[in-house]
Design a protein around this ligand. Structure first.
Ligand code: TRP
Ligand code: SF4
Length: 327
């Protein structure tokens, strides 16, 4: 039997930050060893919230692929493509929309939350409500077995499974029921302790140089009870320490933990160690990134080839879908 298939997408809505790398992309990279991976830029999904500001999508698109390649997504093992270049996604979205009860979409907790969060973007639209139907089309199109997503995406995946079940009930069985592959890595918060996001201005970017890292990490809040170096600190409540847990070697983490608690290390020094660790982590990524930034034609070729490959799969699925529906 061939490898099981993984399908996942990311919206091109801005620069790649450490949260994307640590939370998503390194996981995507590791899945390549075991699965047949399809990764795509969900530019139509981006449009559901960025329809007033479409330039951000084009600006981010190529750079997003550059960043994926730099983190280690390998076009020999994964297929990388752009959602909107495969028009079949729109067609399947339309057909699935016919069988999707409104209640499933209206009850979707992510929908309600985002309605509140994105007030100024005015997402009270038909397209935004249908976001999970488009996502179902993305996944079912390629008969994905697994979908690596964060916890916040679980309701969307559940809707995909419900739509597939309903399709099978109404017509006949065509799709595997996709399962979530939860990313069980600790969440990397922004430099202010909130969710890392461009809009909060608290993100560390893939392109940040050592100077920028030093400034951003230098401004991070540490244990708020720790006013002076002579006061003992509590790493458990310190954002800097939560970064160390991800980027620093275990024995050094243990030492920092101990020294902080007995006021043996100051926050300035502790942050300096972190700057060094994050810089080391980013260095090989940035090196590859600089290569691709000056070899854009290679990147374009990879995306075009990937898109051609998946188009054939998408066309096969559409034939099967229409046959099942007798249309
Ligand atoms: N909704 C996903 C996100 O915001 C992006 C996405 C679109 C996706 N289509 C998908 C993820 C299909 C997995 C599978 O992160
Ligand atoms: Fe945080 Fe490090 Fe300061 Fe302790 S020494 S409070 S872990 S920054």
């Amino acid at each position: 039997m061939g490898k099981r298939r993984v399908v996942s997408g990311m919206r091109p809505t801005g620069k790649t930050h450490l949260g994307h790398i640590h939370g998503i992309l390194e996981n995507w990279r590791d899945l390549q060893d075991e699965y047949d991976c399809f990764y795509f830029a969900a530019d139509w999904h981006a449009l559901t919230s960025e329809y007033k500001n479409t330039s951000i999508i084009k600006e981010s698109l190529t750079e997003m692929f550059i960043d994926w390649l730099s983190v280690g997504l390998d076009p020999q093992r994964s297929t990388l493509f752009v959602q909107s270049w495969v028009k079949e996604h729109a067609e399947l979205h339309l057909l699935l929309s016919m069988i999707t009860p409104l209640g499933w979409l209206e009850r979707n907790p992510t929908y309600k939350e985002q309605q509140q969060e994105l007030l100024e973007k005015e997402v009270g639209t038909y397209g935004f409500l249908g976001y999970p139907v488009l996502q179902a089309a993305d996944i079912l199109m390629y008969k994905g077995n697994y979908v690596p997503v964060g916890r916040d995406q679980l309701p969307h995946l559940e809707i995909t499974r419900e739509i597939a079940r309903r399709f099978h009930y109404l017509y006949r069985e065509v799709f595997p029921l996709p399962e979530a592959l939860l990313t069980e890595v600790p969440v990397l918060l922004g430099t202010d302790g909130r969710k890392m996001s461009k809009s909060y201005n608290n993100a560390i970017y893939i392109s940040d140089t050592e100077d920028v890292l030093a400034t951003k990490i230098g401004q991070m809040i540490t244990d708020p009870q720790r006013g002076y170096k002579k006061d003992p600190g509590d790493p458990g409540v310190c954002s800097v320490f939560s970064y160390h847990r991800i980027y620093t070697e275990p024995d050094v983490i243990r030492e920092i933990d101990m020294e902080c608690r007995r006021a043996g290390i100051g926050c300035t020094e502790c942050k300096k160690i972190l700057v060094k660790r994050v810089k080391e982590h980013l260095a090989p990524i940035q090196e590859k990134r600089n290569y691709y930034l000056t070899h854009l034609e290679e990147v374009e070729e990879i995306i075009h080839e990937g898109t051609e490959q998946v188009r054939v799969v998408a066309q096969d699925t559409m034939s099967e879908v229409k046959e099942a529906m007798e249309i």
